[in-house]
Every structure is written in C-alpha cells, then in structure tokens.
Ligand binder design. Structure first.
Ligand SMILES: [Zn+2]
Length: 346
C-alpha cells in the first residue's frame, strides 16, 4: 500500500512516500475500511511532523486527518453502511463510553484520538476508522471537495455555532483569512447573517475573502488590529473574535473585543502562552472559549451542509501523492488560500 509517512520527527524532509506499507485490518467488528480517494492536509499535520508532546509514533507513520473515500469493507457489527458508499471521515475518535461521550460531547473524551496523530492517518490508499466516524454523501460527490471539507468545517462549526453562538447582526473578527478553519468560519458566519471583518498580511487574500462574502478587511501588517477595530466601531468593539494564532495576536484580539464579547480559539499557531488582564475580563464580562474539533451532532450537521451544497470549501490546490511534500511546503509558508488536497486514487 502507498502512503505518505514519517519515520522520525523534524522538518518536511522527513516526509517519505512509501509503497510497501501493510494494508490495515479492521481493529474491531465496529470498524470500516475506506479506500481513500483524496486526503487534505491541515496545520495539525505540520505539528505531527515536527513532533508533539506526549504523542509517540510507530514508524513508518501515516499522517493525514481529512479524507473522502469509498467504503471497502465493513465490520460484522456495523449497520447502515454498504461497501461502495462514498463517505466523509470525522478524524476525531472517542471511546463512546465515558461521561462526555454519553452526553454527546465526544471531543471532551479523555481517550480522544485523532487520525494521523494517534492512529494511522488518511494520506494512504486505505484507512480504518470506527463506523460512527463516517457519514455517506452522494455517490457523485467530488472527492477533492469532500477531502477539503471535514476537519476545517467541523472545527469552525463548533467554534461559531456551538461555542460562540454567533447570531445575525453580530460583528465577528476573524484572524488570518486563508487557512481552512478561518475560511469555514467566514462562510458559516455569513450564513448566520453576521457582519464579518477578516485580517491577513496579504492584500490578495483579503480581496479573495471579500469575494467569498467578507464585509470588511484589515491588513494586519504593522497595524494594531485591536485599536483599528475600536476606531472602526466608534469604540464599541466587536462581538466575537476568532483567534487561533495565539501569542502574536491575543492582546490585539482582546483590544478589539467589546463588552460581553466572546473570544473563541482552536489553536495557537504562533505560540501558546498568552496574557489576559483579568480586570478587563470581568469588567467587560468577556467569555474566552476553547474549542476543538466537533461532536457527532456537529459532524452530522456539517455533512448535511455538504450534501446540500450550502458550505463548499475553497480549494487552493490539488497534488498527486508523489508531490505531497510540495503541499506541506506551501502550508508551512502560509501561502495557501483554502485547502491543500492530495489525490490518492482516481
Ligand atoms: Zn469518551
């Protein structure tokens, strides 16, 4: 079996295309095996290549979290799925037995695992996942869009709909438009009727975001975005800030946040340690909301959006497996606007 792997942590020169990987077997009778048609890469994959604390890989380790593929075989305990079904894959795997899982909040599971990080990933010809982690889509759905869709949209949906609870008319500030999560946040906010300001260091990306529905833009190079947003809103500030940049942007995010504002984050790509003035936190009655991936109900909701064609992921480029490293290099340089997708099978 072919797949994109690492055998040690380090830079992107560690990525290795192998054609001698063993085909994965069903781990339990509740699993399905999916023949991957396309897989998309995420910032998470860069972290896995570089090495994450408390995550140990078994070489050769297949990376990748997102994919669309065809069900190839099914465990004896699985119902409602048939070989040949086209499916999207939810990369978050939970034990389905703990108090959080039983409450429908799978991403809080203490034994939560992620495809490509804790279990072998999607950048290979075959991947094995528990049946609840796949949902069928139309037989003629585009595998490139399907692969580009799930993790970013699921993460964004939980952030915007479930955590920040954005409603029509609210002003949302989204940092770093161009990445998959930020773009999905923009699309979901516009669907909800919010007014959205996006930032980027690239005027070209800002122009493309306007074409996707952004109401206003800030080129954040050399600008204090907090002050800028207060100036633009008559000192009121915005209702919601989506900040997954972390250290480099946190204080500006709080500067932009109005009374009763919510800051929602799913990561800290520039660094994890941030400073918050607790006096401003309580006085303004802010909420700081963490969010990660999505639960079963949110997965079902975003797949339904995909089936209806209501949310479609912008795709930056499509690469063959042989050129997979080039996709990672583009992501590492932050050049992409939309998802980077690797075609695995025709
Ligand atoms: Zn659990």
């Amino acid at each position: 079996m072919r797949g994109l792997t690492i055998s040690a942590h380090g830079g992107l020169d560690r990525l290795e295309l192998r054609d001698d990987l063993p085909e994965p077997s069903l781990r339990t009778d509740g699993d399905v095996r999916v023949r991957v048609r396309a897989a998309a890469i995420n910032h998470l994959d860069l972290f896995v290549v570089g090495g994450l604390p408390n995550v140990r890989i078994t070489p050769p380790w297949i990376i990748g979290s997102d994919a669309m593929g065809t069900i190839e075989s099914i465990g004896t305990a699985v119902s409602g799925l048939t070989a040949g079904d086209q499916v999207l894959i939810n990369p978050g795997i939970s034990d389905r037995t703990c108090e959080y899982c039983l409450a429908g909040e799978q991403p809080l599971c203490p034994r939560f695992r992620v495809l490509g990080e804790h279990v072998p990933g999607t950048l290979a010809e075959l991947v094995v996942v528990p049946a609840p982690n796949v949902l069928p889509v139309a037989q003629d759905a585009d595998p490139i869009e399907g692969a580009a869709f799930t993790l970013s949209t699921l993460t964004a949906w939980r952030m915007i709909v479930s955590r920040a609870r954005v409603i029509a008319g609210e002003h949302v500030l989204i940092w770093g438009i161009g990445g998959g999560v930020a773009l999905a946040c923009l699309q979901i906010c516009k669907q909800l009727g919010a007014y959205v300001t996006v930032t980027s260091g690239s005027d070209e990306k800002l122009a493309r975001a306007v074409a996707l529905g952004a109401d206003a833009t800030v080129n954040h190079r050399g600008v204090d975005v907090g002050r800028e947003m207060r100036a633009r809103t008559g000192k009121r500030g915005v209702d919601v800030v989506v900040d997954s940049v972390g250290e480099a942007t946190w204080s500006q995010s709080l500067g932009a946040l109005g009374r009763r504002g919510r800051l929602v984050t799913c990561g800290g790509t520039s660094g994890p340690m941030v400073t918050t003035d607790v006096r401003r936190l309580f006085w303004n009655q802010w909420s700081i909301l963490g969010s990660t991936m999505g639960n079963d109900a949110e997965f079902a909701a975003v797949v339904d959006e995909f089936r209806r064609g209501r949310l479609r992921p912008p795709v930056d480029g499509v690469y063959d497996l042989e050129q997979g490293r080039a996709a990672f290099e583009r992501m590492e340089r932050g050049e992409q606007f939309g998802k980077l997708v690797v075609r695995i099978a025709p």
